[in-house]
Design a protein around this ligand. Structure first.
Ligand SMILES: NC(=O)c1ccc[n+]([C@@H]2O[C@H](COP(=O)([O-])OP(=O)(O)OC[C@H]3O[C@@H](n4cnc5c(N)ncnc54)[C@H](O)[C@@H]3O)[C@@H](O)[C@H]2O)c1
Length: 437
């Protein structure tokens, strides 16, 4: 294919070199005439292992050329990859000036183009940037409509400097955001030989995935460093601890716990987090990431309370209030905390949890309910049906197959707020929502 790459920086240079190596004809475009001259001389404009050789080979075979002329680059190619910088403004906001400028130039060229062109953004941009900046700039400068006159897709780049060619060839995934399947498929054809999972999704989801990845990487680094700092103070080998931690692919490095849903709770996580952060305090080791976890968890409870109160429904039926499904354990259940907030705000509640109901009949849990949450005891209904009948709003707090079955029977007069982590949307005629997805 004939491809133009806008921006010959760390991403654009690698993309240019690798696509030419893969047999495409690539025109690199940059406003920096120095970078353009370096490429046309058969050299790499960036220091990155292997790029110099690929650039030299590409220029020699005529597959790579570079220019400062945006117009001819667009007219001579069938698709454009935007790889310009998206730096921070001094106040931290994302600066899309380069993206807007490059789109205006591409759009001006599209005015003269008779064939359909595809514009693919590889730069990192916040959700809504394609719809809010890229498409309006292209449409106003080209006089054409997105979709019919030209296509737009976003294809975030996951390469890391230093291993960029390896990462281009072995990405963790290929993500393509587009509203048109034909455009997404054309982008996908660039990566046909890669083994990575191919994910086609909406524009906004693709934009958000890149940020989610990067903030998670940042979180992982700081998490490991805080654990390491505390370990050092305790005379424990932090590297060994994290190495053992990483061997656990079932609970630690896995999908488990990484689904938007409700707050964590129970008899272990809150207590153990408190103990570790208190120990760090006593040792004068600052662990702000670990300390922020409990505050963030609290916010999730407040978010849920706000949503319930905003519904205007005062009669609330709660299905599942143990800290998770399949247990009668109420210790530090975030659903219990939410119930207490709602009670304080004047809601009329009825509660049902089959496991708590069972546990209430026998030893330990009966004592816990009597001693710690006697006010909940009075609100507990004898059956799920009673709770469903009572509630204008049904709050689902944990997993139980009976709750899913009940959802199917609800009519449009009922509202449902499901606190459980992401799962397929259930079949229900009720007005159904989740707080985080
Ligand atoms: N560097 C990385 O490892 C990496 C990895 C993944 C994603 N990203 C993202 O990719 C994007 C590019 O990053 P980078 O590090 O390659 O940036 P960079 O600053 O190295 O390169 C950007 C290039 O764009 C050129 N440019 C600016 N305006 C232009 C215009 N109107 N027309 C043509 N060229 C123009 C600049 O002269 C520069 O050469 C950013 O959004 C970044 O967040 C970077």
């Amino acid at each position: 294919m004939k491809i133009s790459v806008f921006g010959l920086g760390y991403v654009g240079a690698v993309v240019t070199a690798c696509l030419a190596r893969d047999g495409h004809e690539v025109i690199g475009v940059d406003t920096d005439a120095g970078k353009v001259a370096v490429v046309n001389d058969g050299h790499s404009p960036i220091v990155e292992p292997g790029v110099e050789q690929l650039m030299a080979a590409g220029v020699k075979t005529g597959r790579i050329s570079a220019t400062t002329d945006h117009k001819t680059a667009v007219l001579d190619t069938e698709m454009s990859l935007i790889c310009v910088g998206t730096p921070s403004k001094p106040n931290g906001e994302l600066d899309l000036t380069h993206v807007a400028r490059v789109c205006e130039s591409i759009g001006a060229a599209l005015k003269e183009k008779t064939t359909r062109h595809l514009v693919i953004v590889r730069s990192t941009m916040l959700p809504g940037s394609v719809e809010g900046t890229v498409i309006p700039a292209l449409e106003s400068s080209s006089g054409k409509k997105c979709g019919s006159g030209f296509g737009v897709a976003i294809n975030p780049e996951f390469l890391r400097e230093g291993t960029a060619i390896y990462d281009f060839d072995n990405p963790p995934k290929t993500v393509i955001g587009s509203e048109l399947l034909q455009d997404a498929e054309k982008v996908a054809s660039l990566y046909a030989k890669l083994e990575a999972p191919l994910i086609m999704t909406s524009l906004r989801t693709a934009e958000m995935v890149k940020y989610t990845d990067n903030v998670f990487h940042a979180l992982k680094v700081t998490f490991a460093n805080e654990i390491g700092a505390l370990c050092k103070e305790l005379g424990v080998d932090g590297a060994e601890v994290m190495s053992i931690f990483c061997k656990d692919r079932k609970l630690n490095l896995s999908e488990i716990y990484l689904k938007p849903g409700f707050a964590y709770g129970g008899s272990c996580l809150p207590k153990d987090l408190r103990a570790l952060t208190k120990l760090a305090q006593n040792k004068d080791v600052r662990v702000p990431v670990l300390e922020a976890i409990a505050a963030s968890n609290e916010l999730q409870i407040q978010r849920a309370a706000r949503r319930v109160l905003a519904s205007g429904c005062r009669k609330v039926g709660v299905l599942g209030f143990a800290f998770k499904g399949g247990t009668d354990d109420l210790r530090e259940s975030p659903v219990v905390t939410l119930i207490e907030v709602l009670l304080g705000k004047g809601c009329e509640l009825k509660l049902y949890d089959p496991h708590v109901a069972l546990g209430r009949l026998v030893g330990a849990n009966r004592r816990y309910i009597e001693q710690h949450v006697p006010h909940l005891s009075k609100l507990m209904a004898a059956s799920l049906e009673e709770v469903v009948q009572h509630g204008q709003l049904i709050l689902i707090g944990n997993h139980d197959s009976a709750f899913d079955a009940a959802l199917e029977g609800l009519g449009p007069e009922k509202q449902v707020i499901d606190l459980r982590p992401a799962r397929p949307f259930p079949k229900t005629a009720a007005r159904y929502e989740r707080i985080s997805s």
